[in-house]
Design a protein around this ligand. Structure first.
Ligand SMILES: [Zn+2]
Ligand SMILES: [Zn+2]
Length: 218
């Protein structure tokens, strides 16, 4: 019987060799920049120089909560929905420990344009900084959690993230797509994309990714 043809995953990003956004330097530089930025933003909020602590804290909580929805939407509709980016994300699905990174300048521009400037203009600088700190904190924690889930170190954090790791392993092994949230299952439950605990063995972790970002068995 003819072997079913695998849908091509070569779109516009290279599928052989290393994508330009792979490498330890860019990967850890992104973590470093965001760690420094987060410390600076928290220090500014705590100092109270931009306004009320209570308003800042409320805005921070709102930003952090909103990040979880961004995380879900990014993974579902961008990483698995935009062909060029899905091709790069497919590299992560094939090699989960590869050091793929998002250009730091790009995420910073998005945060400034979508959150800092509009909220500063239409609400206040204090609220804008609170929301931005929440979003930056969420993004940083997502990166850390995702790294630890795949690398298993440090052990104590890997143990604490066991449930998130189990959910994410199901995402990597799924042919239908689902479990797009890494730090929380909330939006998968809300939008009906939570995967059942066990997936058929045919849907192995060695499956590859189709053009539309869905996964097909090898
Ligand atoms: Zn994915
Ligand atoms: Zn992953």
């Amino acid at each position: 019987m003819a072997r079913p043809q695998r849908a091509p995953i070569r779109i516009s990003a290279p599928t052989s060799g290393r994508p330009s956004v792979e490498g330890r330097t860019g990967y850890f530089a992104d973590f470093t920049v965001y760690a420094v930025l987060l410390i600076g933003l928290v220090a500014l909020g705590v100092s109270g120089r931009t306004g009320s602590h209570v308003a800042w804290l409320g805005a921070f909580a709102l930003g952090a909560a909103f990040w979880t929805l961004i995380e879900y939407g990014l993974h579902r509709f961008v990483f698995h929905g935009v062909p060029r980016i899905a091709a790069i994300h497919a590299v992560h699905h094939r090699a989960p420990r590869s050091y793929l990174w998002t250009p730091t300048w790009l995420s910073l521009v998005v945060i400034v344009v979508l959150f800092l400037l509009p909220l500063w203009r239409w609400v206040s600088l204090n609220t804008a900084l609170g929301v931005v700190t929440g979003v930056v904190g969420g993004y940083f924690w997502y990166g850390i959690a995702h790294h630890i889930i795949h690398h298993g170190r440090p052990q104590w954090l890997a143990d604490a993230l066991q449930e998130a790791g189990r959910r994410h392993a199901l995402h990597h092994g799924s042919v239908t797509g689902g479990n797009y949230g890494v730090t929380t299952s909330l939006w998968d439950l809300a939008f009906g994309t939570a995967l059942p605990d066990r997936i058929p063995s045919a849907q192995s972790a060695t499956a590859s990714t189709r053009r539309d970002g869905r996964r097909v068995p090898n």
